[in-house]
Structure formats: C-alpha cells, structure tokens
Write a protein that binds this ligand. Structure first.
Ligand code: ATP
Ligand code: MG
Ligand code: MG
Ligand code: MG
Length: 566
C-alpha cells in the first residue's frame, strides 16, 4: 500500500476504555474500530493479517483432508430444540423471529447445523471418517465483552466437525488435528501450550479434550504445568485431577495406576501430582486460603516414636526456608512435619492431626504409607485445591518441583463429543452388515479473530506491535527522508524491487518528518523497516534496514538490499 493514497489512521493517545495492550495497540495502530459493545470492524491492515491467519489454518486443515464448507450464520430453532440446546444455551444465544414468526438464532457454534447436514447427506460407514469445517461469524452475547477482539460478541471462528464409525477412528483423527493445531499456531509464531481441558460429563467416557493456550499476562484463563512430569492442564482440569486424587479412598487410588505404577508417588506423577507435589499443593492451598488448618506429615524413614511429640509446632528443620518464609509471612504456623514410618507411629501422627482439626495427612517416602498420604484426616471434610488457586501468582514455587501457573488466552479447543449430538439428533449410518449405527463426533474450534489479539499480547514493546512475520499485514515498511526528485525516484525503484522479490511493502510516501514515520512504523510493527535517507545515501551510498523485533540496524548498499531482506 502506498500511504499517500492509502487509508490508514493512527492515534497518538491510548484510548481510555482500552484495558489490555493488544486492544490499545490495535486501536492506536488503526487496525480495529469499535462499532458497538463487543462488535468490531477490522480495518484494512487487520483484515490483511486476518486473511494470512485464515490461509495458514486452511492449508494445515486441508493437509489432513478436512473439507471446507460454509454453513449459514442464522440457524433455525428446530435444530437447537432437537439437541436440547435452544434453552440450555441461555442468554449468550441471540434469538429472533422472522416475518412469519419462525424462531431463529445467530449461531454461537454449529454442532447442530453440521449434524443435520451430515444426516441428510451421508448414509454409509464407507463415507467415514469425514471432517467438515468452516470459517464463519459467530455471535455470543457475552456477559462481559471486553479486551477488544479477545472477548467480542461477534467474532470469527474456524469450527470443524468430524464424524467416525468408531472410537479408534475418532482417536486417530484427534491426534491428526492436534498435530495440525500445533503446526497452525507454530506457523503463526505464537508461544502456546496445549493443555488438557475439563470435558465435563462427556470426558467420563474417556473423551479427550485439549485447549491451545497462548501464554500471555492478560489471558483470562489459568494453565497449570509441572515441567518435570510434563503435566499441562487448564485450571479447571487441574482442580478436577487434584480432587480425584485427594478425595479418593486409599483403595480407590490404585485405579489411577497403570500396571507398572505401584507407588502412589508414581500414580500421582502420572496425573501430574507426584507426592512431593501434593505436599506442595497442600502448602500452597493453605497459603492461598490463608485460614485452613493445615497438617503435614513427612515420613522421613526415622520411625522413632519419641520424636512424634511436637504438637502445634513447625519442625523447622524439615521445612525448607522458602516454605517457612511463606508460612511465616501469612502467619500460618500450622504446618507440621514429623518422622514415623511404623503403623503405630502413623497412628500417633494421625491422632495429632485430628486433634488439630487438620485437613489432610500427607505421607511420603515409604510406599506402604503412600496410600494413606492422600486420605483426609478422619472426621474432617476434605478441602481441596479450589478455584482460590486462581489468586496464586505465576510460578509459586515450593520445594524442588515447580508448579507453573501461567495465564493463557484460549485460541483453540478440540473436543471428542462422542455421540452426544448424533444420538440426540438421531443420526445413523449403515454399517457393514447394513444395520444403522450412531457415528461419533469431534469438534475443533479456533478463535480466528482472537488469535490476532493474542499474537499482539505476546509480541509488543513500548513502541508498538511486533508482528510475527507470517501474519504481519505487510513485510516491509519502506520510507524515505528527502525531497529531491532523485530521492523520490530511488524510493520508487526500491519499492518495485522489494515487491518484485515477493515481499509486500507499506510504502510511506507521505513526505512526513522522520519522527512521525518512525513512530508509525514502530506502532504497526512490520518485521522490517527500510529507510532511504537522502543525506546518508549521498554520503555513503547506503540504505538503512531496521529489524523491528531486535531493534538491530544494518546499512546496506542499494544492490544488496533485496538479498539482505529476502
Ligand atoms: P472462552 O472460554 O474464552 O469463553 P469458549 O471455551 O467458550 O471460550 P469455544 O466454545 O471452545 O470457546 O470456542 C472455540 C474458540 O472460539 C475458543 O477457543 C476461542 O478461541 C474462540 N472464542 C470463544 N469465545 C470467543 C469470544 N467471545 N471472542 C472471541 N473469540 C472467542
Ligand atoms: Mg465462552
Ligand atoms: Mg473456554
Ligand atoms: Mg473452549
């Protein structure tokens, strides 16, 4: 784009109602315009980026043989009534009536639409598996639309839906789409984590679901990772896992075990909760809640009963300074550690725990006691890691293992739906024996417009956006300083040769002062800025190339420009 003939407005001031950096920068850089609450116009440069995002998504989905369709934005109520979601969707669904009083809605998602399409067009197992996707507008009347494109009411989603003859096929495709999502977000230059999500009832049947979270301070979600065990889940799922472990009776805990996981430590490790971790979670739980009675027993292999007599005291020797400091800071001298590996020793400690109205007794080291480790003290209600953990700061670090708590922006979500919709909407396909069977489904979403905001949340500095190269609206910001016809002609020549090399330029020929041009260039954050300075060029024959990300500048001769930046 040639700016002298272009359409682009930037703002000097940060708008008052823009809360997060991506929203502030997108408004200042003239990328989006707020048409109404949660309703945004994508200005030309944002739309260019959007199309690059679409392209990446399309290429990766087409690679795994997904088929693109375009379903309507408005859908009839009957489909939603069939699935039972016309009422269940609640206030987020925008409903309306047409002139014949037929009820309709603006789709918040499209499971019903695609399931209906599938049942009318596919009838044999031979046509499966199949995955249909579309990229289309959604409307959700979010209670709190905010943060610009991050939580809008109208937004663009890529939603895909696959249909399968059996669970194996669904599982196999799930791996493929998981891989495609990794490629998609990697190609967009994002730092992301795929985390286990909570599938609610559906997950009970072994259904898998993952969210793709872009790590960013302004994210609305929390993700929990434990680097050592490679556990990664969103906070809701982490709490569920934690609850399942903490509330299970000792015998039940073995259910979490796979055949070669014998100790509770291994069992818990498999669920991202090694026993040392559970101790830490409990400390954290106590620290966060600030009021729970908290009792902790560390079985150190020394079974001398004599040592089990430090009621209501912290045995500082066994608490690491960092833990002690945290407990002290909160006035929570309620941790308790003691040795004791025999059953008798354990009982003494146990009784103490009950006296103290402790929430938990936790064991470590000896396998035979490990099972006890997660039993809530008798007569006390188990209190679990609760959503209060949300208050915890990133990387609360206790002991050797690290729970890493980060904020994330959910940019993608993949989900094994099983037969939820196909059953409700009475879909069958004929199997090999000619008998009607219910196919299984998966659904796969990407927040196409949210991704843009997420990319900026992750890539910016005090001067503006730093676009990942693959989704930048243009590749090069080309500008010149000087007013002579020779300089203008040379700038034109550079513009042509850069474009000929296959790079897109934003050509700043507005003849503004360098201050204004450089400010705009930094704000819009294209990967490279090329500056032809009349005075420098006449003196040295050199042109300046600035890398937006690193701030590094290079001086190159005219003929070296294209090879350097390509
Ligand atoms: P959230 O938890 O942020 O409300 P969701 O879990 O309700 O999202 P899904 O139903 O999983 O969203 O939809 C698929 C994708 O659509 C999400 O992963 C997200 O990237 C995007 N998305 C959902 N709601 C919005 C919104 N209000 N604005 C922009 N993008 C959205
Ligand atoms: Mg939502
Ligand atoms: Mg979500
Ligand atoms: Mg989701």
């Amino acid at each position: 784009m040639r700016l002298s003939q272009g359409y682009w407005q930037t703002l000097k001031e940060t708008p008052n109602d823009a809360e997060v950096v991506s929203q502030q920068l997108m408004i200042r850089a003239g990328l989006i315009y707020k048409t109404g609450a949660g309703l945004y116009t994508l200005q030309p440069m944002a739309f260019k980026t959007y199309k690059k995002i679409e392209n990446i998504v399309r290429e990766e989905l087409d690679k795994i043989n997904c088929f693109e369709v375009l379903m309507p934005v408005i859908t009839p109520a009957e489909l939603w009534q069939e699935s039972g979601r016309w009422d269940a969707m609640g206030g987020q669904m925008l409903k309306m009536k047409d002139r014949a009083e037929r009820e309709l809605c603006v789709s918040p998602t499209n499971e019903e639409t695609v399931t209906d399409l599938f049942r009318r067009t596919v009838n044999s197992y031979k046509q499966l598996p199949v995955c249909l996707y579309h990229i289309n507008t959604k409307f959700r009347d979010e209670i709190r639309p905010r943060f610009g494109l991050m939580r809008a009411r109208e937004f663009i989603m890529k939603d895909g839906y696959s249909f399968h003859n059996d669970k194996d096929s669904l599982d196999k495709f799930y791996e493929e789409i998981y891989g495609a999502y990794e490629n998609i977000f990697r190609r967009m230059g994002l730092e992301f984590i795929a985390v286990e999500a909570d599938g609610g009832n559906m997950a009970a049947g072994g259904a898998k679901t993952h969210e793709f979270q872009v790590v960013a301070d302004n994210g609305e979600d929390y993700v929990v990772t434990i680097p050592r065990t490679k556990f990664a889940a969103n906070i809701e799922k982490a709490i569920t896992v934690r609850k399942n472990i903490a509330s299970a009776p000792a015998a039940e805990l073995t259910k979490f075990a796979t055949p070669n996981q014998k100790t509770c430590e291994e069992v818990c490790a498999a669920h991202g909760m090694p026993i040392t971790q559970s101790l830490k979670s409990l400390v954290m739980h106590s620290v966060i809640n600030g009021k729970d009675q908290f009792f902790m027993v560390m079985l150190l292999g020394d079974d001398s009963l004599n040592e089990v007599k430090f009621k209501n005291k912290v045995n500082a020797e066994h608490i690491r300074p960092a833990q002690q400091a945290e407990l002290d800071r909160l006035g929570l001298v309620k941790g308790f550690m003691g040795p004791g590996t025999t059953a008798e020793g354990f009982k003494v400690i146990y009784d103490e725990a009950i006296d103290m109205n402790a929430s938990y007794v936790v064991g470590a080291n000896e396998p035979e006691h490990h099972m006890k480790g997660f039993v809530p003290a008798r007569d006390t209600k188990p209190k679990h890691f609760r959503a209060d953990m949300r208050l915890a700061k990133e990387g609360d670090y206790i002991g050797d293992d690290q729970i890493v708590l980060k904020k994330g922006i959910e940019v993608g979500h993949i989900f094994q739906l099983g037969d939820k919709y196909t059953k409700a909407m009475k879909v069958t396909v004929l199997n090999e024996q000619g008998k009607g069977v219910t196919p299984l489904m998966g659904c796969y979403g990407i927040g196409m417009t949210r991704v843009m905001a997420a990319a900026i949340e992750q890539n910016n500095d005090k001067d503006g956006i730093i676009w990942p190269a693959s989704i930048a609206p243009y590749d090069v910001y080309l500008c010149f300083i000087g007013k002579t016809p020779e300089t203008k002609a040379l700038a034109e020549e550079l513009n042509s040769s850069i474009k000929k090399a296959g790079l897109e330029t934003l050509f700043d020929d507005r003849q503004l002062g360098p201050g204004q041009m450089f400010k705009d260039a930094d704000l819009i954050g294209l990967p490279l800025r090329v500056t032809l300075g009349e005075r420098d060029y006449l003196a040295t024959g050199e042109i300046e190339v600035k890398i937006r990300k690193t701030g590094e500048t290079l001086k190159v001769k005219k003929d070296d420009l294209v090879p350097t930046i390509k």
